[in-house]
Design a protein. Sequence first.
Length: 402
Amino acid sequence: MTRIVVIGGGPAGTFAALAAKKQDPAADVVLLTDEPCEPYEKPPLSKGVLVGKVRPADAPIAGPGGLAAHGVVLECNARVQAIDREARTVLLEDGRRIAYGALVIATGSLVRELPHLPIGMPHVHYLRTEGDAERLKTRLRETRHLLVVGAGLIGLEVAASAAELGVQTTVVEVAPRILARVCDEEIGGLIEAEHRRRGVDLRLRCAIASVRTDDREAHAVTTTGEPLTADLIVVGTGAKPNDRLAASAGLAIDDGIVVDEYCRTSDPAIFGAGDVVRFPGPHGPVRLENWRHAQDHGTVAGRNAAGASEPYRTVPSFWSEQYDLYIQGVGWPVAGTERVRRPMPGNAALAFDLSDGRLVGASGINAQKDLAAVRRLIERRIPVDAAALADPARPLAALLKR
């Protein structure tokens, strides 16, 4: 019997294990996670979990019956210490060795730690796991003033959750605007305006220069010389690939595990998936950090580890929930595209990136139905014209019938 071992309990690892078992029902599929529980959805950690609306256990990735219901063996608290490629085994921290015929590495990402705000520093929190979220949730209940470092998606989601709880919140961002990496200036401006309307103090074009803490508070000074005092600091300054295990095993690494279009690493028996890998994108090698990519990439890696030969073709997307704003982006936008806007009612917004008569990307607020049609237009490479995109009387779904 073939044994397929998956390392990592996030969405990439979980979908890899499920897909491998479905591809080869006779295979022995084992998922190793260093967390103590069934794999759970992580997007709610910075939103619903913090405000007390949901618990991580309410959203198991594999469904109510967990991985066991799909015939996958789950090992919790299973920390992998090393990969022995010659013997095709993984060595666990407890001394056990598990043999594999094929291996999928889906170890995800690690928080990008700031040297002057290290993990473990009093009053400083990073957010990655269920345990992090539960500790932060508890602290927020007793916090009067929160300082968030970084105005990316995670930082702003935490800020929105804190504001909903009535916590006075300040966000410090080094860039001249929020969400510069994920949406255009106009959509970013609408999101910024909503945060300010909700009482969030956004400080742009500055960073934290120094911090000292005492028993009660953290005292920070920004690079513009402004003093800030907070009961709690949350750092949301991005993530880095958790590729240490792969690097130690001698696999090709370049800011993530290098894989081909079939999710195969430099070792043909080992596959990689999700945040931890760098894969061939349409404009060159790329690393993506979002749930949809992790799900889709994990699925392809799992199938191929079980004997399929399926290339990974993705139209990337992301989403974020902040207050009553559902923010989304889809596609592979590139420099030099034509930006087209569609008038939208209420607090909705929608912008397209058009190149050579085809959609390559779009972003929006509260425009879920439209962006679902955009994804299909991009996937099918259907020609569109700017006038049709800009006309709110022309349903985007109708363009799919051309």
